[in-house]
Design a protein around this ligand. Structure first.
Ligand code: MEV
Length: 433
């Protein structure tokens, strides 16, 4: 029987025994795979077990660092968690290139987040509107104890509107609210406020005599679409500054801008282009314990804001100046959540000099821009495979536990040959014979 009841109540050992005996040909081997990743430090293991449910083991991802990022005239060594070879190397390359050209400039354009109480109302809009105006202060005040601490930190509930959505869906309205959440991502804060607003709204509607119908609350939840929580990062230099040779340099700048324009107008390129940006962004999001699903969902929706999915970055040449920038919504936190719970997250934040949420928004946007710069830079010159294949070669050599001497010989060979899994293996076999 591959079905189970009461699974979550079993001990970790019992869960592993049940799973490995039901789903694996060799249960002992499967169980050993899981257990080799258990941490000897029982307390540390317990901490990780408790982040989630039905935890069996730990899943490692490389934690790397990209130094030399000059952002608004300060230097950062940026932590990045990614399994994709060449992402960190590409970020390092871009950081090194731009640090001698004034570095990256970044600016937070807004920090407002929002959430909605979604409800149905079958009566008329004017009567609902009149009711809302009458109770708005009460709705607002009902969140006072929830927002007290946040208000002390400069945040809180900042706007509440009734929105008529009946052209989109029959009888559908929203209580649309804005929030400032200081250095917290604020999901729990926003959701608690919205649930309280919904509760107060429902209670007051039940007692009211002006409404012809009773509103029906469907749900209350933050929106991960945060176009007003926006950051902008930029680099610029002379079109003659890319390479020592003037023609090569200008040609590079021109092709680079064309490549970005292509990603602005066709979805086939835009998705891959933005994926490359998210290679960098997600890596910092993971390292700093932020919610990469929220960041991804929002970034992709933002990329469609004009009605057409488009590039998150833009580039232009004006006179002899090259300019390249990104504008991206990022709802980030540097307090709460995993920040003080996960030791690696605490480490990552300290490495970044314990940034505010605004500073982290700037850092993350810069890494996205840097990543995109490195990718397009390769695409319009050598092609992407050269760098990727170097890392690929390294991974294959690791897989076959190549010795230092084997590595030396093979690296030399592949300086003038194309890397493929088969060709590396052939070469390795040749040496080993
Ligand atoms: C690979 O992970 C990302 C790239 O394909 C991005 C791009 O094409 O811009 C290199």
């Amino acid at each position: 029987m591959k079905e189970v009841s009461g699974f979550s109540k079993r001990s970790k050992e019992e869960k592993i025994t049940w799973l490995t005996s039901h789903f694996f040909k060799s249960p002992d081997k499967a169980s050993a795979v899981l257990k080799q990743y258990w941490n000897e430090d029982i307390k540390l293991q317990q901490l990780h077990d408790e982040f989630s449910e039905n935890t069996l083991s730990n899943y490692y991802l490389p934690f790397g660092v990209a130094p030399n990022f000059k952002i608004n005239n300060a230097f950062y060594a940026i932590p990045m968690v990614t399994e994709e070879s060449s992402v960190v190397a590409a970020a390092c390359k871009a950081a090194k290139f731009w640090k001698d050209k004034g570095g990256f400039k970044a600016e937070v354009l807004g920090t407002t987040k929002s959430g909605q109480v979604h409800f149905l109302y079958k009566g008329s809009y004017p009567e609902l509107q009149a009711f809302f105006q009458q109770i708005k202060t009460q709705l607002w005040n009902s969140t006072a104890s929830l927002t007290q601490n946040m208000r002390k930190r400069g945040g809180g509930l900042t706007r509440m509107e009734l929105v008529d959505k009946t052209t989109a869906l029959e009888n559908y309205y929203q209580l649309d609210c804005d929030f400032e959440t200081a250095d917290a991502m604020g999901a729990n804060f926003i959701n608690s406020c919205l649930e309280q607003i919904a509760k107060t709204f429902k209670g007051l509607a039940m007692e009211d005599e002006t409404l012809s119908e009773t509103p029906e609350i469907i749900m209350s939840i933050l929106s991960n679409y945060v176009p007003k929580c926006l950051v902008r990062a930029e680099v610029n230099c002379s079109i003659n500054d890319f390479f020592p040779d003037k023609d090569t340099s200008q040609n590079f700048a021109r092709k680079f801008v064309e490549a970005v324009k292509i990603a602005r107008v066709v979805i086939e390129r835009a998705v891959t282009h933005n994926k490359g940006i998210m290679n960098g962004i997600d890596a910092v999001i993971l390292a700093t314990g932020n919610d990469f699903r929220a960041i991804e969902a929002c970034a992709q929706a933002y990329a469609c804001r004009s009605g057409q999915y488009s590039s998150l970055t833009q580039a232009e040449i004006q006179g002899d100046q090259f300019r390249f920038w990104i504008e991206i919504p990022l709802a980030l936190g540097t307090v709460g959540g995993l920040t003080r719970l996960h030791p690696m997250v605490t480490f990552a934040l300290e490495l970044l000099q314990n940034p505010t949420a605004k500073e982290l928004m700037q850092i993350v946007a810069v890494v996205g821009l840097a990543q995109n710069f490195a990718a397009i830079g390769s695409l319009v010159t050598t092609g992407i495979q050269e760098g990727h294949m170097k890392m690929h070669l390294n991974n294959i050599l690791n897989q076959f536990e190549a010795t230092a001497e084997e590595r030396k010989q093979i690296t030399l060979h592949f300086k003038s040959h194309t890397v493929s899994y088969r060709s590396v293996l052939d070469q390795l076999e040749k040496i080993r014979k």
